[in-house]
Each structure stands twice: as C-alpha cells, then as structure tokens.
Design a binder for this molecule. Structure first.
Ligand code: ADE
Length: 994
C-alpha cells in the first residue's frame, strides 16, 4: 500500500499512543453494522506484519448507514485524546451513474465507558456522540492520460474531554467509497526533563488548553535548591517558563547537567554553579569531592582567611632591632622579618621586662614584667609600623624589650614565637628627675616657683629648663625659660589663668627627664598691686634683684617708654594671636610677631640694622620675588671684610602697605641668630637717593627699599638637588636634613611657626650648609606658587602642609614637623615633586585615607620611618624638632643604621591596604615616552616587560639588570612606577573601576 513505510510508528516523546492500527498485531476485532457494510481486510507485509484496512463502497445504493466500531480503548492518563485518520476517498464524479447516491464524507463518533461493553450489548447509534464529519482533502483524481492516482488523506480530530476509563470510536458511512488505512489514537504530554540541575517528571497537560500545569522539579543528586525550581506544562506538551534553580553542593561541580565530585587536588567550598578550584599553594586534597584543601605541615589558615587563599605560616623574627635613647624617650626600631610567612597582616607586640642584678658580682639577674605605667607610643601591642617610643621609664634601670612579629596565623602551630630582643640600660638617659615643684607666690602676671635640688654632683650641673603652657591651650605651644638656681619667677602671664609647668635639669650628661606636671594659677586682677609688691620684695631678697632693679630703672628713666607703650597697646592683639607664653619673660628669647606693633616700622627699627646704601654693590639679578628683583652683590662695611650678599628689592611705585609687608620679613629674620637660619645683614629703608659709584651693573637713582641677607652660593635646595641628581652620599643628604632640623629646632623653641617649610624655601651655601629662609607667613604664602586656596579661603601649599592645618588652619610647630618630613622626602628623592602629578584634591583625599609617600629610591629604612613619624595624623604624636635632631644625630654617629635601604618599590609600608592587582592599558612605549626615557624601550621589551602591569613589581635591581645604568634614569623610572601605583591606588580607593 502506498505510503505504508511512512505510516510506521514514530515514537515521539511528547505523545503517548493508545492505539495504532499499523502496529497492532493479530486481529483487531472491530465490529461492523450491518455486517455487509464495512469490510475488514487484513493482509501481511514483507515482514509478515498485518496491515489492517477497512473499506466501504456502496455508492450505487441509496440510504446507506454503515457503521464501523473500534475495540475498547483505555484512556490511561489522557485528558484530551487525539485521533489521526489516514484514508482514501473516491471522487463521486469519477463514478458514472451515481450522482444521486454517492457521498464524499464520513462521520466520526465516540462513546465513553468505564469498562468494555459485553458482546451481547446491542449496537445503538444514538449512544455515540459525534466528533466531526470528515471530508477528504484529496480524492481519487484522473490524470490527463486517463490514469487514476491515489491520494492519501490525513485528518486529526480532538476527542473528548474523556473522563471515563475508556472509549470506543465509530465511523459512519452514508454512501461514500472509502478505504480507512490507519487509525492512531494518542494523547500529548510534557516529557520528563532536566532543567537548571532539577529533574521534572512526565506531565500530562491540563484538560483545559488555556491553563498550564505547574510542576516542581527535584534537584539532581548532590545539588541543592536555590529558589524552588519549577516548569509549566503547556497543552501541546511543551515545557514553558522555567523558574528557580538548583546548584551543585560543596565538593561538586556541574558537568552535562549533573553535579559531579571535584577531582583530588581540587576543592569547592561553597555550593553554587562554580567549578572546583585547584588547591591553593601549600595545601592539597587527596579524596574526591573535597570541600577544602588541607594545609601542608607547618602552614596554616587563619579563621578569616578564605579557603582560596594559600596557606601561610608565622613570620620570622623582626630584623635589626636597635634602641635609641634620649633624655626622655627610648626608641625601638626594627626592620620587618625576612620571611613574612606569606602574609601581609604583620603587626608587632612589645614585651617588656625589667631585669635587675646580675652585675657580675654574684647577684643573679631577676627579671619581672615592666611597670604598667610605662607608656608606649603609639601602643605596646598591635603596632603596624616598625618603631615605638617608650616614655616614663625608670632611670638607672635595665630593661629587656622583646619585639614579637605576629601575623594572622601566629600561635596556630607549635612554632616558637618570633622574637627579637634588645637590652637597654637607662643610665644613658640622663640623671634623676627634678623633685616636686612648688609655687612660692603668684601675682596677676607672674608665678614664682622653686623645686628640690637634683640628685647630681654639682660639678656636672649646668642649669634648669622650665617649660610651661596655658592649661586650656592643651600644649598647642609652650614657652620655656632657663635658670641656674632651683627657682624662677615666670612673668608675662595672663591673670586668672591656670598654667602647667614642668622642670628638667641640664647636666654635662644631658637633660634629666621632666618632672611631673604641676598646675598653678595666676592671681585675679584685683590683687595685682599686692603681686607687684611681692615681686619687688621677693626679687630683692632672691637672686633676681638685678633684673628687677634694671626693669625699675628703665621704667623710671623712661628710656624704653615709647617701646613699652607701643607694645603694651598691642598686648591684647598679640595675646589673641599667640599663646601668652610668647610675651617676654625672664630667660630664653622668644619670637615677637611684628604685627603686634602698632607701627610695623618700629619692629623693623628694633630688629633690623639700617645699612648705608653706599656699602652695597649690586652685581647681578639672580631671581625675582613678589616685590621685585633679587640680586647678588657685595656688602662692604668699613672696618669689616666684604661679604657676598643677596639683596631683595622692593620695586619702585610701591604703596605703603607693600613696603610694610616687604619689610615684615626683615623684622622677623632679624630676630633670629642661628647657623641654619638665613642671616639678615640689614635693610635699606631711609635714603632717598643712591648713585652706585663702585663697579656695578645697575645704577639706581631712586633708591629701592632693600633687604640684605647672606649670599647662598647654591641657591634653593630643590633646584640644587635636581641639577645634582644622585651625586651625594646618603650621609651628605642626612647632613643637609640635619642642618634644616637645627634651624627648625631653633625656630620652634623661639615660638615661631614657619608655615611654608619646603625645599624651595631652604637655601644652600657653598659648603652644602642648608639654611631656612622665606619668613613672613601669610605674605610668603601669597608669594609661593605652590600655595593654593583652601575651602576656608586660606592659601596653603597643600603637598607640604599637615592635614589639620589644611582642614582648619591649625598651624603649629607640629605642622611644621609634617612639612619637615616632606622636605626630607624631597631631599632623598633629589627634588622630586611630592605626590608627583596628583592633583591637590587627590593628595588631600589620599592622606585622609592613610596613604603616605613611599620611600624614595635608595632611601634608608630609618629615614623613611622618621618621615612616616613626622606624618602621623595626630599632631601630638609627631616628634618635635629636637627629637628629630637627636634622631638624625644618632644616625650620623652610627652610619650603619643607614645601610638598610627601602629599595623595593613594592613595599608601601604605610599605605592603608595592600595594593590589589590592576590592569593597565597603556603600553610600555607610551609610558617611557611620557617620562622621556624612550631610549630604554628595547631594554624593557627584550627583558619581557610588555605591559605596565608587569613593570609594577620591578625593583631597582630589576631596572639595573635590564641595562639602565645612569642613576638619574634609574631614579626617574622607579619614581614613575611609584607614582603610577599611587595614582591607581587612589583611583581604586575613590571607588572607580580601573
Ligand atoms: N635667592 C634668594 N635668596 C638668596 C640668597 N640669600 N642667596 C642666593 N640666592 C638667593
């Protein structure tokens, strides 16, 4: 039969076949009514399988009603049943003489029952429900040649809904010529499936074709639910709308829709659709389905370490632990361990023991924990830097300090603690303390103090230093005075004010520690007279008679009247500008702000010598200042050797205020006398006409106002270093820093705050002596091209200025110390610009985040640590200038302390977090072009450095190894690598994705 092969059963997973006459074996046992209506013909095919065909063709006879009924078909799970009929139907036109009786359709009926009807049941057409009248799409047709061609029709009808256990199909013929070739009965279903690691069973669609059947999936083995997995079965047997999912459990990964165990050497610690990971360094897994890799022997994982992190071990002990001791403080410094154990969370703990006895005379050394009053700055435990200062230690004692390096896995194993030890004998720290300080009397402006003698042989004793400050000012700045006797009258104080005093003695061996703080108040104003009387009485009795008599004498004769009057009028103004300690008192000289004079000319007259202009010969212009040219020349004062000088001029046409501002610097400079402060020779302010008669390049008819200072052959320190890149030894550089520290110690002790300490404001003479210059505070800042306006309207050199001074204008000697740290960095980097090309705003943000400049190339660790100390966020934790000075002195005395260099650009000891990896997209070539080092492109490429990412880990040794021999070039390349890292770090901190 034509098309038979195509009629073979195709098993379709979304259909369940209930009946297929083409595959039914044996007799079908279908019934016909009447018996001579439909004919059942069964033939055998080549494979001896039956072919069941039903035919009827009574087209000549009228009123045909022939029924063919199927056997009972079980419904099974079907809700909606489909019947597919294949048949041929003869065209009535092709049969002569049948026009009245021949039909071209037949009818399909069905009958539902819960069980098969008995054989005795009579066939009643009315029991059957009609499904449809079926017509042929095609029929027998005649070709042009007269042949008849058979066309096979296929029609599908939906039957139902069927709700009973089974049903019959019935075919009614009313006079057609039909051959029913096959009948297939089936229902549709959604086949079982795996989706999102969940299994869904075979599902029969809903009876109502418009609603979907919701099916919950079950996670496959070794998977777990993340949101209930669901699918919806549609009427056509399609799965729709997948929801939820399962993920592979720990130790398993997804492969081909199933969860398979991780192989040995791999692990998966979290459920999820990630793959198993290779065991991290120093760990392994031996079994399948590992959820964690176990650390190799001697290596550990801290509780917070992720399972993907390599196992690590405790660090080795700190290296090169040294102690330094000065009058009041003991410093311990060390270098990080050579083996960090593979971690970056190293901190240090200081363990202290005091050990007495054991001097070799049979007494056994006994050690006990140190007095809890010992103060450790910043703290005794959990120190992140590599130094600590210890205060309040006992004199004449032996201490042993253990510095322990710890990291996140210290204490997890049985390894010994990583300790470095140092023993310190505090005999070197100076003689014993001054005893109790008493107040003998007080007046409105003065307090008389005395104290018990220091326990020291008199021959060693030099004098006492009394330091004091207003209690309410909380040591913002202090004043000091000296006395040779154990008593003093501190004058120039404010009435009704509490002052804090402490006293130390100076001996040939150095200073003692300070006495404890003592607080005393001045008298209220109404008892002022009484105080005055007391001054006279006490002073005449005590050792101060000379001073008091002199003062009285001057007052009586009126020699100082003008001066005193002017200063007394300015008293209030000055007090608000400065703490009260800067008003004159007996003892050390303090700085007087020229602004406290009603007429600033008076300050110039008082502090600067007037020079006869004929003594000056200007030779050439060496620079330009805000007010006019700066020239070099010679100063020939009769009877003295001619000296080289620098002459700052105020250009003609100036206003009175400009003249005052200009001369203000002279009246400040004139108060200083120190080898490391630029020396003022004098000023020219008076003469109206000057004609230079010597051999001069310039001839001035209108005499400009001039400030004459000593000449510094090598000019400003920053440009000097830039032109001499790499040409000095570390010791020479430290010598320069020392000079600046001497000058700044002097200024801070005078109570002068510089505010613009920077290498450009340090001058260098022919012997490399560095001197602090550029005084005048606000004006200097106007002049300084580095100064930028802040949010509060001040003009500040951001890169050099301490955060508290930028944020709220809190300038102090401590903020000068911050700037000093930056100058140290400028010196060690031969005049590199601090923070390179970062914007001022980024500098401020980076500092706020805790970032600090890294060590310049070739910088000793000790110096970088001192810099970091100067850049402590809390101003009171920074060293003072005299601390800086004594630290540098110790380095100079012991140059081996300068040998350990911070050479590795990867080390950023004080950056807030470890630098993460980052992709860099510019090429090596572009980068080298940008720093004018293009000649090294081939060196980098030949050595395999092709991306900026790869150079970010280069050390100075690597730079040398690839053939960069010139030290200046090495410096520029290393500095640029540091700069790149800093900028990227900053970008990442600000939340940008690089
Ligand atoms: N530039 C400014 N002041 C100077 C000085 N004192 N010596 C040399 N150059 C200078």
């Amino acid at each position: 039969m034509e098309g038979r092969s195509t009629l073979a059963l195709v098993v379709e997973s979304d259909k369940v076949v209930l009946l297929d006459t083409t595959t039914a074996l044996g007799e079908l046992d279908w019934k016909t009514y009447p018996v001579n209506g439909w004919d059942a013909i069964t033939e055998m095919d080549e494979q001896n399988r039956p072919i069941h065909t039903f035919q009827v063709c009574h087209v000549m006879e009228p009123n045909q009603n022939n029924w063919l009924r199927s056997g009972w078909i079980q419904r099974q799970a079907a809700q909606r049943v489909y019947v597919e009929l294949r048949f041929t139907l003869r065209d009535c036109n092709s049969i002569p003489w049948v026009s009245g009786t021949c039909k071209e359709t037949f009818n399909l009926f069905y009958l539902q029952t819960d069980e098969p009807l008995s054989a005795a049941t009579r066939f009643r057409p009315t029991d059957y429900a009609k499904v449809d009248t079926i017509a042929a799409d095609e029929s027998f047709t005649q070709t042009d040649l007269g042949d008849r061609v058979l066309r096979l029709n296929t029609e599908v009808r939906e039957v139902g809904p069927v709700t009973q256990k089974g049903f019959y199909l019935a075919f009614q013929d009313v006079g057609a010529c039909i051959a029913l070739v096959s009948v297939k009965v089936f229902y549709k279903r959604c086949p079982s499936t795996l989706r999102n690691l969940a299994a869904f069973p075979d599902t029969v669609p809903h009876m109502d074709s418009s609603s979907l059947v919701e099916v919950r999936g079950a996670c496959v083995e070794n998977a777990e639910e993340r949101d209930t997995p669901k699918l919806y079965c549609g009427a056509d047997g399609d799965w729709l709308v997948p929801l939820g999912r399962c993920v592979c459990s720990i130790g398993h990964e997804e492969t081909d829709g199933y969860c398979r165990a991780c192989k040995p050497g791999f692990f998966k610690a979290y459920a999820g659709n990630t793959k198993c990971s290779k065991c991290p360094l120093r760990s392994s897994s031996h079994d399948q389905a590992a959820t964690i890799c176990h650390c190799d022997k001697g290596f550990y994982r801290a509780i917070k370490d992720p399972s993907t992190m390599a196992c690590t071990r405790p660090p080795s002990p700190p290296r090169n632990l040294v102690s330094l001791i000065n009058d009041t403080a003991l410093f311990l410094q060390w270098m990080p361990p050579s083996d960090t154990g593979g971690r970056k969370d190293i901190t240090y703990n200081i363990l202290c023991q005091r050990c007495d006895g054991g001097d070799g005379d049979g007494v056994v050394t006994q050690c006990e924990p140190c007095d809890p009053d010992l103060r450790f700055i910043p703290r005794p435990l959990g120190i992140t830097g590599t130094s600590v200062a210890i205060l309040d230690f006992a004199m004449q004692a032996n201490y042993t300090f253990h510095v322990e390096a710890v990291n996140g896995v210290s204490g997890l194993g049985v390894a010994a603690r990583s300790l470095a030890n140092v023993t310190v004998n505090t005999h070197q720290a100076g003689p014993a303390l001054v005893g109790v300080v008493r107040k003998d009397w007080s007046s409105q402006n003065s307090i008389a103090l005395s104290w018990s003698e220091v326990e020291q042989p008199p021959s060693d004793f030099v004098d006492y230093e009394v330091k004091y400050y207003e209690k309410e000012q909380e040591q913002l700045s202090y004043s000091s005075t000296r006395t040779k006797t154990p008593s003093v009258v501190v004058t120039g104080l404010r009435p009704s004010t509490v002052y804090v005093f402490h006293v130390r003695a100076r001996t040939a061996a150095g200073y003692t520690a300070y006495s404890p703080n003592f607080e005393f108040a001045t008298a209220a104003e109404d008892i002022a007279d009484q105080g005055q009387v007391l001054v006279v009485v006490t002073a005449s009795v005590g050792g101060f008679s000379l001073l008091v008599i002199l003062t009285l004498f001057l007052l009586i004769t009126g020699r100082c009247q003008g001066y005193i009057k002017a200063r007394m009028k300015s008293e209030e103004k000055r007090r608000t500008r400065f703490h009260s300690g800067h008003v004159p008192f007996s003892g050390i000289k303090t700085y007087v702000d020229p602004d406290t004079y009603e007429d600033p000319t008076q300050a110039v007259e008082e502090f600067a010598k007037e020079i006869d202009p004929s003594y000056i010969c200007i030779e050439r212009v060496i620079g330009a200042g805000e007010f006019g040219e700066v020239c070099s020349g010679r100063l020939r004062i009769p009877g003295r050797m001619a000296i080289a000088v620098a002459i700052k001029t105020l250009k003609g046409g100036y206003m009175e205020q400009q003249r005052r501002d200009f001369l203000r610097e002279a009246s400040i400079m004139g108060q200083f006398n120190n080898p490391n402060i630029i020396r003022l020779e004098g000023v020219v302010t008076k003469s109206k006409l000057f004609i230079c008669l010597s051999v001069c390049v310039f001839m001035h008819i209108d005499l400009p106002v001039m400030i004459v200072v000593e000449y510094m052959e090598n000019g400003a320190l920053d440009s000097f270093l830039r032109t001499r890149d790499g040409q000095f030894t570390v010791l020479q550089l430290v010598g320069m820093m020392r000079g600046i520290a001497v000058g700044m110690t002097y200024l801070s002790e005078m109570g002068y705050v510089h505010r613009d300490l920077a290498a450009r404001n340090i001058l260098v003479d022919e012997n490399l002596v560095c001197k602090v210059s550029d005084f005048g505070m606000s004006r200097v800042l106007e002049d300084d091209t580095e100064a930028a306006y802040t949010a509060t309207g001040g003009k500040i050199p951001i890169r050099w200025t301490a955060p508290e001074a930028i944020a709220y204008g809190k300038f102090s000697s401590s903020s000068d110390v911050w700037s000093y740290g930056i100058v140290m960095w400028e010196v060690m980097s031969y005049g590199e610009r601090p923070y390179w090309e970062m914007s001022n705003q980024d500098v401020i943000l980076s500092i706020e985040e805790g970032y600090r400049l890294p060590a310049p190339m070739g910088c000793p660790v000790t110096l970088h640590q001192l810099m970091l100390h100067c850049w402590q966020k809390e101003s009171n934790q920074r060293p003072r200038f005299n601390d800086v000075l004594s630290f540098l002195d110790k380095l100079i005395i012991n140059p081996s302390s300068l040998l350990a260099l911070v050479n590795d650009v990867q080390s950023f000891p004080d950056s807030p977090e470890d630098m993460p990896d980052y992709p860099l997209f510019i090429s090596i070539g572009d980068w080298l072009d940008s720093i004018k080092m293009s000649q090294y492109k081939n060196n980098f490429l030949a050595a395999g450095y092709t991306t900026l990412d790869s150079i970010s880990t280069m050390s100075i040794d690597d730079i040398r190894r690839i053939g960069v021999c010139l030290i200046g070039h090495q410096r520029r390349i290393i500095s640029s690598i540091q700069s790149l890292r800093l900028q990227l770090h900053h970008i990442q901190q600000s939340g940008f994705q690089v």
